[in-house]
Design a protein around this ligand. Structure first.
Ligand code: DC
Length: 241
């Protein structure tokens, strides 16, 4: 089986839309691999920062990116475990500072080009759930099913605030709201691989939905789509039949 025959479900959307949690639950239910591509950009930002490299030193950044070993282990409802060069750095990569640097690095086309191969390597049997910003448009344009998951900025800021509060965060909701708006603008307006729904994506607005409701909706769509593509879900032991 070549990797192009391996089914892929892409979940794109802005920060806080729920794609990480939904993606992990879907991967678990389907028995598929899971790729948190945002964590890949964050892992690069974290490694670059720890190495004392200036993010504008493109040559040094690319050198780090090319050598980076990245692994993503789902553990829903918690964020996925992220292992970089052998170290579990899930907690370290998920703070606002690293997210900010990741968003700046993600604007550089050369960085995106290096990370593209790493992302495509995650497409292994029996299937892949890939979440991010450009999974359906650039990384896996031929994906079997593409979802664009969104939610209002207010709701996304509140979700992020609730998550960070559990970790002892002291900042304000208003500051988070503004940071999310700024990050959205940067992700949407960048010239290379901007955050945009693929033409053939199904959009789901999660503002008033629970995670369970979104997961059920997505899995129904997957089942339907695999059926259309003639992929036998029983053989794949997805547990969905
Ligand atoms: O989803 P996240 O907040 O963990 O992503 C961190 C940053 O990485 C985000 O601001 C934009 C960037 N990113 C990207 O450009 N392309 C992706 N496929 C995933 C994330």
């Amino acid at each position: 089986m070549t990797s192009l025959n391996v089914p892929v479900l892409t979940l794109d959307g802005p920060s806080g839309s729920g794609k990480g949690t939904v993606g992990q639950f879907c991967a678990q239910r389907l028995g598929w691999h899971y790729l948190d591509s945002g964590a890949l950009y964050r892992a690069l930002a974290y490694t670059v920062d720890r190495s004392g490299i200036d993010i504008d030193d493109l040559e040094a950044v690319l050198c780090v990116a090319k050598k980076m070993q990245f692994e993503c282990r789902p553990s829903p409802p918690e964020p996925a475990e992220i292992v970089v060069n052998g170290d579990n750095v899930g907690n370290e990569v998920r703070n606002e500072g690293v997210g900010e640097t990741a968003s700046l690095l993600a604007q550089k086309p050369e960085v995106r080009a290096v990370l593209l191969d790493l992302q495509r390597e995650a497409r292994r049997p029996p299937g892949l759930v890939a979440d991010g910003r450009d999974m359906g448009t650039v990384v896996f344009p031929e994906a079997d099913l593409k979802i664009f998951l969104t939610a209002s900025v207010e709701e996304r800021a509140q979700r992020r605030y609730n998550q960070l509060k559990l970790k002892g965060f002291n900042g304000s909701l208003a500051d988070l709201f503004q940071a999310i708006q700024e990050r959205d603008a940067r992700d949407v307006e960048r010239t290379t691989s901007p955050l945009v729904a693929a033409e053939d994506a199904v959009t789901i607005d999660s503002t008033n939905l629970t995670i369970d409701e979104v997961v059920t909706r997505v899995l129904d769509l997957v089942l339907n789509q695999l059926d259309i593509a003639g992929i036998d879900t029983t053989e794949r032991e997805t547990g969905l039949t």
